[in-house]
Structures are given as C-alpha cells and as structure tokens.
Design a protein around this ligand. Structure first.
Ligand SMILES: Cc1cc2nc3c(=O)[nH]c(=O)nc-3n(C[C@H](O)[C@H](O)[C@H](O)COP(=O)(O)O)c2cc1C
Length: 360
C-alpha cells in the first residue's frame, strides 16, 4: 500500500497509530513496540509532569529509533475548587473503605502546567504532538511545527475539524462516538457531538484539506480498510491495544475487556467529571444512579477526587473501582503482543481489500 506524506513524516510503514492513553495503559514498551512494528506509538502525557514526560520519551527512544508521538490535553480553564464536596465524597466513601483507603479528600489544586508539559514534549525527541479536549494556543502549534513535529488535533464534529485546520494543525483525528476514553469535544455540547466514526470521517474528509485520522471502534483490519475507504489516511486505535501484552493496565481490566460485549461500554462522567466511554462497573452505576441527585464534581476536580481510588484499584487488581475506558468494538479484542496486533491489522486489511476487489 502507498505511503502518504503524513505517514512519511511520521516514519510509519503502516497507517496505524496506537492511541495515547493517559493513565498508564500506554507504557513505553507498548509505544516502542508499535513504532518498531511500523505503526506510530503515542505517549499519553496529560497526567505526567515535565520530568516524567522526558523519562517516558527516553525509555521509548532506548527501545526504538523510530518515530513516536506525545499527547497532551488542551489547557482548559479550571473551575474554582468546588466549595460543596460533601455529596461527591459521600457517594464514593464506601468504595474507599472497601479498598482500605482513608475517606476521600479533595486536593487543593487540580491544574496542570500545559506550557511546561509542552516544553518537555518539544525537547523529548518525539516526532508527533497530538492533543485533545480543545484547542491549544496557536503559539503552541507554531512552536511544535517549528521544531519539526507533526501536530495533530482531535475533533468530534466537522466544525471542530475545520477550526483545528484553521489553527494550523497538520492532521485532524476524527474521533467517533464509539471511541473509548474521554470525548474530545470542544465546540458542541457533548451529547450532540456523539457522531459515529462511519458518519464523521467522510464528512470531515470533505470539509478539510489536511489528512484525517479515523478513531473510534476500529479493532481489526476490516475496520482499518473501512476507515481508509472513507478517506482517512490512517487510524488511531486505543482499546484494541489495551489487551496487548505490553499494555500497563491491571490484569483484571484486560480479562474484563476480553469477556464483555458491546453494550457494556457506556458514556460516564463518574470518574473525571468529563464524559468518557468505559465499561460499566459498580462505581459508575452508584455515582450516576438516576434515582439519586447528581454528585459529580466538574472536571478536573472529580478526576482528582477519584485518583486515589483508581490507583489503589489498579494495585489491588479490582475492576469495580477503576475507570475501565473502552470503546464499543470489544468483541474484536485479542490478547497478543502489540507488534502481532499491528501485523494482524495489516494482513486483515489486505485480505479485506482483496475480497472487495474480487466482488462482482
Ligand atoms: C484507556 C484509554 C485512554 C485514552 N486516553 C487518551 C488520551 O490521553 N489522549 C487522547 O487524545 N485520547 C485518549 N483516548 C482516546 C483515543 O485517542 C481514541 O480516540 C480511542 O481510543 C479510539 O477508540 P477505540 O478505543 O475504540 O480504539 C483514550 C482511550 C482509551 C481507551
């Protein structure tokens, strides 16, 4: 298959980007394995300090000479620290007890220093810089481009894709509603921006001149071929990489991913205060019980409030208390090495394209 300009710049042999997965899923061995296999690995660095970003990048570089990307959350205004936190704490208290943790307590601050994170990205040796949750300052885009990085922004609607193109990004990641993890929406109401990948990608392709990367619900070579047929130059896959050997999530989370069906992946604000797609569990059900009043703090405060619970749950291998981010294509997941997943995706894509060619 031909190599597009975007793929050339990112040193990719295959049109496959491993999605950044902030929170520990995307370990340096996973990122390096995907890049070494001819895809593009990405480090989800949104929750990392500048020193941690430098260290993660160093570990990737130690394992491969090939290009990789780093991803940040766009700097959003952080709402004032909520003064009323009782209801949110009350809703989580029993879970903290079950994990042997002291009562939940809201941290004094929840902001991250985007400028310092970006400075670390620019010095990290990464070839790509991607972002989600909104627009980054145009100066940040210009700084990354002047350092030779390929800049990619996330859109969940056509208007968002057009706004990103105007701001100067090199490529747009079209994130369909099937996607696991947080929604990247920033111009439209979250609920209105739940457009499926199949509908979103060709409409974005028609609206912008820059390359489009399809993301959401793609987990095998049929999905990859379909995304290319819709006009995407590459795909960004998250959930399917979570069940690879190198992924850094709890073993019980991997097992649950391999056992669930598509209807168990739902949108929730329970863990972070911002809509994200993940597998239903006890925390999700209790925090968002429709029979009870809302008890979710705004992002990023809810995220800060639930962090100790999620960290303890990872250590204790307990899925009931974790944010089990996952997209809708869960029945397609396999347990294998990341490089083998890249190879299977490519082989299946070629088989699919051949099959379509033979159709009368
Ligand atoms: C566990 C997990 C964490 C994620 N974290 C990020 C992130 O830090 N930054 C980002 O841009 N996207 C993140 N995403 C979303 C992915 O970029 C992508 O849109 C999504 O995984 C695609 O859908 P799929 O999971 O069905 O492949 C995350 C997805 C998952 C599953």
């Amino acid at each position: 298959m031909s190599i597009s300009k975007l793929m050339q710049k990112l040193d990719m042999t295959h049109p496959i980007i491993q999605a950044p997965m902030a929170g520990g899923g995307d370990t340096p061995p996973l990122v390096a394995a995907v890049s070494a296999a001819g895809g593009l690995g990405s480090i989800g660095a949104a929750y990392l300090s500048p020193a941690q970003i430098a260290e993660a990048a160093r570990q990737v570089r130690e394992k491969t000479d090939r290009a990789f990307a780093i991803n940040l959350f766009a700097p959003l205004p952080v709402p004032d620290r909520p003064s009323e936190t009782r209801a949110a704490i009350e809703r989580l208290k029993a879970f903290y007890e079950e994990l042997g943790l002291p009562e939940p307590e809201l941290a004094a601050t929840a902001s991250t220093d985007f400028d310092a994170q970006l400075a670390a990205v620019l010095e990290s040796g990464a070839r790509g810089f991607s972002f989600t949750f909104g627009m980054v300052p145009e100066a940040a885009i210009a700084a990354a481009k002047s350092k030779g990085l390929v800049v990619m922004g996330t859109a969940t609607t056509v208007d968002e894709a057009v706004a990103l193109e105007r701001a100067g990004v090199d490529a747009v990641i079209a994130q369909g509603s099937e996607a696991g993890g947080h929604r990247g929406s920033f111009l439209t109401d979250f609920e209105m921006a739940m457009v499926g990948t199949m509908a979103l990608v060709p409409q974005v392709v028609d609206a912008v001149k820059i390359p489009v990367i399809a993301s959401g619900g793609i987990a095998d070579g049929r999905g990859l071929a379909a995304a290319l047929a819709l006009g995407a130059e590459a795909v960004q896959i998250g959930t399917a990489f979570l069940t690879t050997e190198e992924a850094g999530i709890a073993e019980a989370y991997k097992e649950r991913l391999l056992a669930v069906t598509e209807v168990e992946s739902r949108l929730t604000r329970a863990f972070s205060g911002r809509p994200a797609r993940g597998l239903v569990n006890r925390v999700m059900t209790k925090v968002e019980d429709p029979a009870l009043a809302s008890a979710v703090l705004p992002f990023p405060w809810q995220n800060a409030l639930t962090r100790p619970m999620r960290s303890a749950a990872t250590q204790q291998n307990k899925t009931d208390y974790l944010s089990l981010w996952a997209g809708q294509a869960v029945r397609l997941l396999r347990r294998q090495k990341a490089a083998d997943l890249v190879t299977s995706l490519v082989t299946e894509m070629e088989t699919t394209i051949d099959r379509l060619r033979r159709r009368k």
